[in-house]
Design a protein around this ligand. Structure first.
Ligand code: SAM
Length: 229
């Protein structure tokens, strides 16, 4: 079986009992970055053969993991943070395992976009998850398509582009409500709730650091000043 195991997005205590049990019981663990995951596995005294599986892993790597699974071995797939397959290379292996008739089992837990969405103060009943925005090609078309989007929009952004992206969103969509969530569950966790222009002023003249999730209000979401802190 291939177990798709969610691991913490920062705070190492954010891991389920079932995830720990699974990681302790499988025959091998496929990890995006074996050194990074080593910190988590050492903390919980989990010693298992580690197979590296990342975005540059070729066909041969997938075949090797599939061969183990086809022998009847149990493998856990973990990523650097959160839920494997959500904007990380896990998808390719999960797809290959399904095609090979392997049973794929979810072991749910954290995901950065869900953590951000639930504390954003923006409507959560319907939302659109965009992963990482395209850098060049189709970026403008995507941003323009959000003009008519009524659902809350969630996406990942890097510290190098966060300010520019907020500025582009404001230029394209006007002053929508936003929650900019940085370093969730970590020491420097910050959740900025306000309008796009307030978020831009907040971020200006600072060097953005860490990992970001942006949660953007939909077209008709009325800005409610009482929600601001
Ligand atoms: N699979 C992961 C998940 O379930 O959330 C996402 C992997 S994606 C390659 C990594 C991106 O997630 C980062 O660039 C950042 O935008 C976001 N992210 C991950 N951890 C985060 C955290 N603690 N706080 C804010 N954003 C985070």
């Amino acid at each position: 079986m291939l177990y798709v195991v969610a691991t913490p997005i920062g705070n190492l205590e954010d891991i389920t009992l079932r995830a720990l049990k699974t990681l302790k019981e499988v025959d091998a663990i496929a990890a995006e970055d074996t050194r990074h995951s080593g910190i988590l596995l050492t903390k919980y005294e989990i010693k298992k053969p580690l197979l590296s599986f990342h975005s540059f892993s070729g066909h041969a790597k997938i075949e090797k993991i599939l061969a183990l699974l086809q022998e009847g071995k149990n493998v856990a797939l973990i990523s650097d943070a959160g839920t494997p397959g959500i904007s990380d290379p896990g998808f390719v292996l999960i797809r290959a395992a399904i095609s090979a008739g392997i049973q794929v089992v979810p072991i749910p837990g954290p995901s950065a976009f869900l953590s951000a969405l639930c504390v954003s103060g923006l409507p959560t009943d319907k939302f659109l998850y965009l992963g990482f925005l395209p850098k060049k090609k189709s970026r403008k078309t995507l941003l323009e398509s959000l003009r008519e989007e009524e659902r809350t929009v969630v996406f990942y952004e890097s510290p190098y582009r966060i300010l520019r992206t907020l500025q582009e969103l404001q230029a394209c969509l006007g002053d929508r409500q936003v929650a900019v969530c940085r370093e969730l569950t970590k020491m420097f966790e910050e959740i900025f709730r306000g309008t796009l222009s307030e978020a831009i002023s907040h971020g200006k003249n600072k060097t953005p650091k860490g990992e970001f999730v942006v949660v953007l209000g939909g077209k008709n979401f009325a800005i409610d000043k009482r929600l601001q802190i």
